[in-house]
Design a protein around this ligand. Structure first.
Ligand code: SF4
Length: 318
């Protein structure tokens, strides 16, 4: 497993020390269909002020998400708990790597207060990977879910978790807190794992999603991959089959974008009609919900998608 142990305290330390000496990898120029709105609206500024006032981190900023202008204008932010420093070093990810600080015991309450101030009907909570903690941060996730439930009883809660690899019992703690949606992203096809997501194991992630459904069938399960990382079309279809075997309800597929030239190159910009084709195929394989487009991200339009997900389950139960 790739775990970065970084004891450098110099504030000028690189964001990704493990990538500094890698050669640059060039990506092709962005096509016309990758267009985003500039983050300069009043709603965007309000969201940023609430995030800052509560001392929180968001994956929207840390991952350099292209949708931040649109989402924050609507006060949709995805909170990233357990700090801003990740113990893994995935080749696609812009989150800072190194040895994280101790957990902030006040964070669950601060997140709940921010959710209340933003007036969110649906919130997405994600985290950095915390391989340094005995439970991988499972109890902190559970505390955050409980704090939001107490402060905002009508808000539905979606979590996007790490894989809790080699953390026995961690998943059970999170599931017992009963999020409405449990998301864990596969990120890519199995043949690309060693290059793209070397600290993870594909079949462990599949099994984690399957186990959520076994523990609590009422929880919606969700997973996503990025395309443009060198995968083949038939491999994407195999991922769909594997996820359906694990009874996963909701699939997201989006275009990988390279955060810096030290990250994995974009091998290809997948055109919009190929995303539409993936979406159609995924529906035929039995997913309740599919979102596939160049700018699809796990948490993009998550509130609207949750309403559609519930409606789709109700329709199949009739
Ligand atoms: S898509 Fe998700 S991560 Fe990106 S800005 Fe929107 S809420 Fe944040």
């Amino acid at each position: 497993m790739v775990v970065i142990v970084d004891t450098i305290t110099n504030p000028l330390r690189p964001r990704h020390p493990e990538k500094v000496n890698r050669p640059d990898s060039a990506s092709p120029p962005k096509p016309d269909w990758i267009r985003v709105r500039a983050p300069n609206t009043r709603g965007y500024a309000d969201t940023r002020n609430i995030v800052r006032a509560n001392g929180l981190h968001t994956v929207c900023e840390e991952a350099g998400c292209p949708n931040i202008g649109e989402c924050w204008d609507k006060k949709h932010a995805t909170f990233m708990i357990m700090g801003d420093t990740c113990t893994r070093a995935c080749a696609f990810c812009n989150v800072k790597t190194g040895l994280p600080n101790a957990l902030d015991a006040a964070e669950p309450q601060n997140v709940a207060e921010a959710v209340a101030k933003l007036g969110l009907a649906h919130v997405v909570i994600t985290s950095v990977d915390r391989d340094d903690l005995a439970d991988g941060g499972a109890e902190h996730f559970a505390q955050t879910i409980r704090a939001i439930r107490a402060a905002c009883p009508s808000t539905t809660i979606e979590i996007l978790t790490p894989d809790f690899l080699r953390k026995d019992g961690a998943l059970e703690v999170v599931v017992a807190a009963r999020p409405d949606v449990f998301n864990h992203n596969l990120e890519t096809v199995p043949s690309r794992y060693l290059t793209v997501r070397p600290g993870a194991r594909y079949f462990h992630s599949i099994r984690l999603l399957q186990r959520v459904k076994e523990l609590d069938p009422t929880i919606f399960t969700k997973s996503g991959i990025m395309v443009g990382l060198g995968e083949e079309r038939h491999e994407v279809q195999q991922v769909m089959d594997d996820l359906r075997s694990a009874d996963v309800d909701f699939l997201t597929i989006g275009q990988y974008l390279q955060p810096t030239r030290k990250h994995h190159a974009v091998m290809r910009y997948v055109p919009p009609d190929e995303f539409s084709s993936y979406e159609k195929i995924a529906y035929t394989k039995g997913f309740l919900m599919v979102s596939a487009s160049p700018l699809t991200r796990s948490s993009h339009h998550a509130g609207e998608d949750f309403a559609r997900l519930k409606a789709a389950r109700a329709a199949t139960a009739r």
